[in-house]
Design a protein around this ligand. Structure first.
Ligand code: ATP
Ligand code: MG
Length: 347
């Protein structure tokens, strides 16, 4: 994911540039430690256990969902649960099929290869991946031009874990080669409270139940944001209070950091503002909306919209994006009569 102007936003779901170390220290290491996503967790548990009983690498796993919900963490957990080495790369990093072939042939038996942002892999590399995933084979091209020959090479059986924020962008043949797809959804407040108390313990932060509830409700359904807000509120508690994160301390700190009650970030607010104030609540096409907020269409679709839809503030209709009455109210504006909520007749 690209950061751009959002990088320094305290409620952005994207990772901050200097956040990798702290994120790594807070990552759950085992499935049992992984909070929330009960369905994905249970299904994955069965997939992993049956593979271990058969003493075979499990089927390839695809994890899809918005940023910051734990796809990378879960991929690492898969390797840890299997006791297998973990290798990490990303779609954009694999530019040539040859790079991928070299990586695949270097994998040992049972290794877990994680490809982040797999929907952005280059087409020739993707085609090579088909055979690798299905038959554990790759054709390595030797020579150039008419004299080039393809030499088939066997691979050690491995497990591919792919992550994507846009499962819809995956080609059919690639999607079909994953034996298991886990759809990650936003976390509810109770789950985020568990994430926060676990992190507080690891960081040595004293967090009261009410303090946790206050932060959780403004974390935009996203553990990455919850953990970041916890650190900011802790700073505030140390400087302005006695170090204990109570509800009042959390409330005051989040006001200082400009986090609104729903935890909407700058892009969320820009999208809502444009939709309501410039386009009268819609419907308006996503590309027009993206231009209005000065962002890529992809970013609006992958980062802002999933949460706005989930929060009941934005609806996707066949004619375009529409602000719901709740969105108008959130901006403190009275919705015009008959606005927002799409009806049967819009379809
Ligand atoms: N279920 C969870 N339980 C506890 N902590 C979590 C959980 N999911 C995510 N986290 C925390 O949130 C942070 C971000 O998670 P992670 O990097 O796995 O998200 P991601 O989905 O891979 O994001 P991106 O799409 O940006 O790559 C991690 O450092 C971890 O501490
Ligand atoms: Mg990730």
């Amino acid at each position: 994911m690209t950061g751009g102007p959002l990088e320094r936003d305290v409620v952005s779901p994207l990772p901050d540039v200097d956040e990798t170390d702290i994120e790594a220290s807070l990552r759950p290491k085992q499935l049992a430690e992984f909070v929330g996503q009960p369905k994905v967790r249970e299904q994955l548990q069965v997939v992993l256990e049956s593979a271990m009983r058969r003493n075979r690498p499990p089927d390839h796993v695809l994890l899809s969902g918005p940023p910051g919900l734990g796809k990378t963490s879960l991929a690492m957990i898969i390797a840890a649960e299997l006791g297998a080495p973990f290798r990490l790369t990303s779609g954009p990093a694999i530019e040539r099929a040859g790079d991928l072939a070299a990586l695949l042939t270097s994998l040992g038996e049972g290794e877990v290869l994680f490809i982040d942002e797999i929907h952005r892999i280059a087409r020739p590399a993707e085609e090579l991946l088909y055979m690798a995933m299905e038959d554990f084979r790759v054709d390595v091209m030797v020579g150039k031009g008419p004299g080039a020959t393809a030499i088939p090479l066997d691979l050690a059986p491995f497990t591919l874990v792919g992550a994507t924020t846009r499962a819809g962008l995956l080609t059919g043949p690639l999607r079909d080669r994953f034996g298991f797809t886990g759809h990650m959804d936003f976390y509810d407040v109770a789950e985020l409270e568990l994430v926060l108390h676990r992190s507080a313990q690891l960081l040595g932060v004293r967090l009261t139940p009410e303090g946790g509830a206050e932060i959780a409700s403004r974390s935009r359904g996203t553990p990455r944001i919850a953990n970041r807000l916890l650190r900011r509120v802790r700073d505030f508690a140390e400087v302005r209070a006695d170090g204990i994160v109570t509800s009042a301390v959390a409330h005051d700190a989040l006001a200082v950091y400009d986090v609104d009650e729903l935890g909407l970030d700058r892009l969320d607010k820009a999208v809502l503002n444009a939709l309501v104030r410039r386009f009268g609540g819609g419907p308006v096409g996503v590309s027009t909306l993206a231009v209005a907020v000065g962002e890529e269409i992809e970013t609006v679709q992958e980062v802002a919209e999933p949460f706005l839809v989930r929060a009941g503030l934005l609806a996707r209709t066949p004619r375009g994006r529409v602000a719901t009455p709740a969105a108008w109210h959130h901006l403190g504006i009275q919705p015009p009569p008959g606005s927002g909520a799409p009806t049967l007749f819009d379809a």
